[in-house]
Design a protein around this ligand. Structure first.
Ligand code: PMP
Length: 402
């Protein structure tokens, strides 16, 4: 384990007050706060290194390029990919999935094909696939789930057929904290030679992910959810797949030669990285990954498990508390009696407690649960038991007001 008080000192924002109360930040599923080392890395790069990457012979350009490419290696190591050719920098999970949807859709999806997603996907792992289906005349199929928020694996297996071209599944539900059995999801699809995309937006920040062990074909995550800046994310893809996919966007960087008659494309990973990348953010992403690695992903997992279990126990004692999903991991969605989620969120905010309310970009999941929204508390590596106590006391106080 790590020293939580010392860790909190790394995050300047955690010591600020909201409405004259200490900030209790429990919206980590939406985005995480940044440690000083990440912000300082960005400031330092802009003050001392800044130059465009890849095309400069001068000192600063080479230095910036070195930082950018070293970050790719840090990401590779962090998710245990085989090669840096498999690490594509994007703006985030959403862009990673859109990249794949466009390129995979162009190469492999035709009329009558099927793409499988699950009931609990974030909109960003639904809508890009619906757009492909519309463009290509393909069909979206959905893995059902139980009332408890667990995927129905038998139904999943029976959805797989020769029409299935891709399976897309969240590693962890951003609403219910369900950790899906993705190894089984992947293994079952592979029995039919079907590739699998895992949306790792909500898993990567909380426990160790290993591409070679999971054996997924594609994996997407966002930097800002793992203590890195906004505007940077990753699409991992097995090299053999990426080689077969056409580029996503055209422009500088992604080409080998351009003429008006014919353009040839760059090699991996640059074929998918048109234009100037956010090289300051990629460097800061590597600093963030080094930061969490130094704390230890297993330690972060233990700490957040402790918090999640403690919070569920304490919250379960509040009258009329209803939970949505199993909260396997760092996320608790709830409602108290018929108090509207927006009222609960707004009143908790007045107590300095930041939670998220609403449909959490998962409207189909809300329909399945028969609700319009939930209140969601989500934990990060810096949260404490005292903050859970503050949340529980805050919920009780709001409940009494109603
Ligand atoms: N998938 C999941 C499971 C998420 O929780 C989120 C962010 N809430 C996304 C995708 C989209 O991530 P981003 O907005 O960083 O692209």
């Amino acid at each position: 384990m790590y020293d939580i008080n010392q860790v909190r000192e790394d995050f300047p924002i955690l010591s600020r007050q909201i409405y004259n109360r200490p900030l209790v930040y429990l919206d980590n599923g939406a985005t995480t706060q940044k440690p000083r080392c990440v912000v300082e890395a960005m400031v330092d790069e802009y003050y001392n290194v800044n130059a465009n990457v890849h095309r400069g012979v001068h000192f600063l350009s080479q230095k910036a390029t070195d930082l950018h490419e070293a970050s790719r290696e840090t990401v590779r190591r962090f998710i245990n990919a085989r090669s840096t050719n498999e690490i594509l920098f994007t703006r985030g999970t959403t862009e990673s999935i859109n990249l794949l949807a466009f390129s995979f859709g162009e190469a492999f999806i035709k009329q009558g094909d099927e793409i499988i997603v699950s009931t609990m996907e974030h909109h960003s792992n639904i809508v890009p696939w619906q757009m492909v289906c519309e463009r290509k005349g393909a069909v979206l199929r959905v893995i059902p789930m139980t009332d408890e928020g667990i995927l129905c694996m038998d139904e999943y297996k029976s959805l797989l057929s020769e029409r299935t071209k891709l399976v897309c599944c969240a590693h962890v539900s951003n609403v219910m904290g369900t950790v899906n059995p993705v190894r089984e999801v992947i293994a079952e699809a592979h029995k039919h030679d079907i590739p699998v995309l895992i949306d790792g937006a909500q898993s990567t920040p909380h426990f160790k992910v290993d591409m070679q062990e999971l054996d997924c074909d594609f994996f997407a995550f966002s930097g800002h959810k793992i203590y890195a800046p906004t505007g940077v994310g990753v699409l991992y893809g097995k090299e053999a797949w990426l080689e077969q996919l056409p580029p996503y966007q055209g422009g500088g960087e992604m080409i080998k030669n351009v003429s008006f008659e014919k353009t040839t494309y760059n090699e991996l990973p640059y074929k998918f990285e048109a234009g100037t990348p956010d090289y300051v953010a990629t460097h800061a992403l590597a600093v963030a990954l080094d930061y969490v690695s130094a704390l230890g992903m297993d330690n972060i997992y233990q700490h957040e498990q402790m918090l999640t279990r403690y919070a569920r126990e304490q919250m379960a004692q509040i009258p009329d508390m209803k939970f949505f999903g199993p909260s396997h991991d760092a996320v608790i969605s709830f409602q108290v009696g018929n108090i509207h989620h927006l009222d609960m969120g707004t009143l908790l905010d007045r107590l300095g407690i930041a939670v998220r309310t609403g449909h959490h970009c998962a409207e189909p999941l809300m329909h399945r649960l028969g609700i319009e929204g939930t209140v969601r508390a989500s934990f990060g590596l810096y949260n404490t038991r005292e903050e859970v106590d503050a949340l529980v006391a805050g919920i009780r106080r709001v409940a009494q007001m109603f």
